[in-house]
Design a protein around this ligand. Structure first.
Ligand SMILES: C[C@H](O)[C@@H](O)CC(=O)C(=O)O
Ligand SMILES: [Mg+2]
Length: 456
């Protein structure tokens, strides 16, 4: 394998959407009708190996992320893959701090989602080139090499490179034992599938039964649209699952701070483990106030699925504003930045329970959480990975959950390579399934709207 033919010669990006809004899959108090979607990056090398990465979106607007990825593509095309990996932190900074593009963020919003998709594709490529699943690539790196992928700018007041290396070194001796345990049992999961906001009571009951039978002991339900509906729904769920199971609720950012405290207090009789995203995802002090008010009730605050970057996470962790840190594999600027959040969370004693409600998120976060268990925290205690049973069938190597535990991924890469037929059917708007749905009047064809506008 010569380095020359490991040049990245092409970046393709696709807008892939699934019509989940038709049956309210994925719905919550804020996102009442999401079409689970993603901007999907394919990096091609001269040797033929491809890297695949994605960032999750809720439907409309994916074309904007796709555009942003095109605008960043010149930074990666023409580069030699192993040269990037040799100084991955440097490359990460070059893409997240590009002198003109950074004005669109910096390190937040569309431009950071775009960087995340490219960076995720690079990690997938690296793992595939070394023929390892991503978690194993991370676990096998020596501490210095792993830490060399992280850009520590803005976080050295909480964690330095040297401290990060020391954290990893402290866990080295137990690695093999933990890998064996992980391989035998897997990593515990909780399900959100029972509780999407648009589901009927009958569907909720049916799904509670299904996931109990599958061995799940932790459930999450959407709340926040109407207090009485929340009470009725939580009664229904508690009756179905009993009080010995863990129950979490997720408001997806709908409340003001005081309102969140009052609302959740009224739901506390249902023995809630955490309240997720009670208020604006940017309101660190608001989350701290909510955490303080709910602590006596035994309810923690979980957040992070739309937390913009490592700096925001740093402050959430410093301010005791999150008791459960929900990293999202497609929200931050890819694996490099997420590693820094895990290390800060470990240092500040906060449990990471990744967010996975979205396309390909279960597939990705399992790798990160497994690395955390083996190399960082050394424990699964009090930690769970979200499991949402949607769109797995579209991936070449989908997540496999057995006895309510994620089983270790075995295939090389980061697990988000789509099947070719998925692209053929769900690329938006030209995929065959979208053409069918437009012709049946289930969705408006955006091309017709544009045509009408141009001829008006
Ligand atoms: C729009 C998404 O489905 C969101 O509701 C997911 C989420 O909040 C979660 O999984 O948690
Ligand atoms: Mg959530």
């Amino acid at each position: 394998m010569t380095t020359e033919n490991l040049k990245i010669i092409k970046l393709e990006v696709k807008d892939v959407r699934f019509p989940t809004s038709l049956e309210a899959h994925g719905s919550d108090a804020m996102h009442t009708s999401p079409d689970y979607s993603c901007a999907y990056v394919i990096l091609k090398t001269g040797k033929g190996t491809e890297g695949h990465g994605l960032t999750f979106t809720c439907g409309r607007g994916t074309e904007i992320v796709v555009k942003a990825i095109h605008s960043l593509s010149h930074l990666v095309v023409g580069q030699v893959a192993f040269e990037i990996f040799k100084d991955f932190a440097g490359f990460w900074r070059s893409i997240t701090s590009e002198t003109q593009m950074r004005w669109l963020g910096p390190e937040k919003g569309v431009i950071h989602l775009a960087a995340g998709a490219i960076i995720n594709a690079l990690w997938d490529l690296w793992a595939k080139l070394l023929n390892k699943p991503l978690w194993r690539l991370l676990v096998d790196m020596d501490p210095e090499q792993l830490v060399s992928t992280i850009d520590f700018r803005y976080i050295t007041d909480v964690i330095t490179k040297e401290e990060a290396i020391q954290i990893l070194k402290n866990q080295q001796s137990k690695k093999e034992e933990r890998i064996a345990k992980l391989t035998a049992k897997g990593y515990p999961a909780y399900t959100t599938q029972v509780g999407w906001l648009g589901y009927s009571n009958d569907t909720i009951l049916e799904l509670c039964q299904k996931y109990l039978e599958l061995g799940f002991t932790a459930f999450k339900v959407k709340v926040g649209e109407n207090l009485q509906n929340d009470i009725n729904r939580l009664k229904l769920v508690r009756n179905a699952i009993g009080y010995d199971k863990q129950l979490m609720v997720d408001a997806n950012q709908v409340w003001d701070v005081e309102q969140a405290i009052e609302w959740v207090k009224k739901l506390s009789e249902f023995k809630l483990h955490w309240i997720e995203e009670p208020t604006s995802p940017d309101d660190i002090l608001g989350h701290a106030a909510i955490s303080k008010a709910l602590r006596p009730l035994g309810i923690g605050v979980a957040t992070g699925e739309v937390c913009s970057n490592r700096v925001m996470f740093k402050q959430f962790l410093q301010a005791d504003a999150m008791q459960f840190c929900q990293i999202d594999a497609a929200r931050l600027g890819g694996v490099n930045e997420i590693l820094s959040v895990y290390l800060m969370a470990h240092k500040l004693g906060v449990k990471v329970c990744p967010h996975a409600g979205g396309v390909g998120l279960c597939e990705m976060v399992q790798h990160l959480q497994m690395w955390d268990y083996v190399s960082v925290s050394g424990t699964m205690k009090g930690r769970v990975i979200e499991y949402v049973d949607q769109q797995h069938e579209h991936f070449l190597h989908p997540t496999f959950v057995k006895d309510a535990c994620y089983q270790v991924p075995k295939a090389a890469g980061y697990s988000v390579t789509f099947l070719p037929e998925t692209i053929e059917k769900y690329e938006y708007p030209s995929g065959s399934e979208w053409e069918r749905m437009f012709s049946q009047g289930l969705f408006h064809d955006p091309r017709k709207v544009l045509k009408r506008m141009s001829s008006a």
